[in-house]
Design a protein around this ligand. Structure first.
Ligand code: ZN
Length: 144
């Protein structure tokens, strides 16, 4: 395993000091997602107003990849329009499916390009995607 590429400093920073962790009362919907292959669990509270991602908060347990990815996702998608948030999400999914061939678009993904190395490790891709899939689930239910 190329641990260097898996555990970049920015990933560890978000793991040690997660952003938007702790469930907020400000929510329109709550979803729970888990990744049984690793034991990661995330509960996501989401609030959307006038088509904008107004509030994201979460709680969970799991590996550093899953927890830091939810933290970065919350930073990136907060205050975006629904369409912008889905564009960013799609870019992240594409990066995770790149099998190590993509470095990711830093203008779109910002710090989340740090997960590029994870795409080489099929077993960890679900860890990285867990929080993003929870957001996709919650937001698509609200926008339905
Ligand atoms: Zn995991």
């Amino acid at each position: 395993m190329e641990l260097d590429s898996l555990y970049q400093e920015v990933i560890l920073d978000h793991y040690r000091n997660p952003h938007h962790k702790g469930l907020s009362e400000n929510k329109d919907i709550q979803v729970k997602h888990n990744n049984p292959s690793c034991g990661d669990e995330v509960t996501l509270n989401l609030s959307m107003k006038d088509g904008l991602v107004q509030n994201i908060s979460w709680d969970g347990v799991g590996c550093s990849i899953s927890m830091s990815s939810v933290s970065m996702m919350s930073d990136l998608l907060l205050n975006k329009t629904y369409l912008e948030s889905i564009e960013i999400l799609d870019a992240f999914v594409e990066l995770m499916q790149s099998k190590g061939q993509s470095k990711g678009d830093e203008e779109v993904l910002d710090d989340a390009v740090a997960f590029a190395g994870v795409s080489k490790f099929p077993a960890r891709i679900k860890c990285a995607l867990l929080g993003w899939m929870a957001f996709k689930d919650a937001s698509s239910q609200l926008m339905a």
